[in-house]
Design a protein around this ligand. Structure first.
Ligand code: HEC
Ligand code: HEC
Length: 232
């Protein structure tokens, strides 16, 4: 299952790369990648797919330490500690492996990631992933951020965020764990990640895709995007 999903995900990144280098003028409504995803109504099946192979019940016990910072149900209160509620299980696992190997660095998380075996990691990831998806306050948000998110910038960012992160940043599809949920995430956390992708202090996205995208963004656009994404 994991293998098949990975192949789909790799295929999608390739597709994404092809579209990055050509003009991407399709509107949100007609884009085959984003059409039909209903971010609000989630089936049990979708939640299961998003959670990955782990056991969420076992994961609740095993994630006590993590809950201390990320919240009992994956809703953290500190704006620089990411919410994990409804995040893809396989994305959570990938990030933990990246913190362990040093591919992603952060003083606290490099220590927290510790030495965790595959089974425990899958269970912990499934626990947070199976929670109701993180949510913002639902306001309309920043107009520049909305425009950038849905359509990009015709002169620079050809591939808008929605093409990979899905409608309202809620993910593209329950089976495609490569593109994290960002809608409803803390504004300060989103802003910081975009800034460190741009400065290449974070380089763990596949093929450096987020570095390429963030490199094209101004401070004003980063603020606007962070504001728009966080209220979704
Ligand atoms: C002392 C507080 C603290 C504890 C305990 C903690 N974390 Fe974190 N976690 C953070 C902070 C801060 C970040 C943001 C790091 C960054 O900016 O790279 C983070 C980031 C993450 C991310 C990246 C999320 C994303 O959206 O990319 C994951 C996954 C994660 N933590 C999982 C865990 C798990 C699993 C545990 C338990 C084993 C845990 N954390 C324990 C503070 C904590
Ligand atoms: C071609 C696909 C693609 C596009 C377009 C894209 N992203 Fe991403 N983004 C990714 C992938 C893949 C990751 C996961 C990186 C990883 O595995 O660490 C990511 C990660 C992120 C993260 C970090 C999330 C976290 O929890 O740490 C943020 C924030 C983000 N993207 C914002 C954006 C914004 C804003 C845009 C539009 C300007 C955008 N992305 C456009 C593919 C994309």
């Amino acid at each position: 299952m994991f293998r098949i999903n990975n192949k789909i995900a790799i295929g999608l990144t390739l597709l994404a790369f092809l579209t990055l280098t050509t003009a991407f003028a399709q509107s949100n409504d007609t884009n085959p990648l984003t059409g039909g995803v209903d971010a609000e109504a989630e089936s049990m099946e979708a939640i299961k797919l998003r959670s990955g192979a782990g056991d969420p019940v076992a994961g609740k016990e095993k994630s006590q330490l993590c809950q201390g910072c990320h919240g009992e149900f994956g809703i953290s209160t500190d704006p620089l500690i990411p919410k994990l509620a409804g995040q893809y299980g396989n994305y959570i696992s990938k990030q933990i492996r990246n913190y362990q190997s040093g591919a992603r660095s952060h003083q606290i998380m490099n220590a927290m990631a510790g030495t965790i075996n595959d089974e425990d990691l899958a269970d912990i990831a499934a626990y947070f992933a199976s929670q109701p998806k993180m949510k913002g306050n639902g306001s309309a948000g920043n107009p520049l951020g909305k425009e950038m998110f849905l359509h990009g910038d015709a002169t620079k960012v050809k591939l808008a965020c929605v093409n990979c992160h899905g409608v309202k940043g809620k993910g593209l599809d329950p089976k495609i764990s490569m593109f994290p949920v960002i809608g409803g995430q803390h504004k300060d956390y989103i802003r910081r990640q975009l800034v460190i992708f741009r400065s290449s202090d974070r380089t763990n996205s596949p093929n450096g895709i987020m570095n390429k995208i963030a490199n094209l963004l101004t401070d004003e656009e980063i603020d606007a995007l962070a504001e728009y994404v966080s209220v979704q």
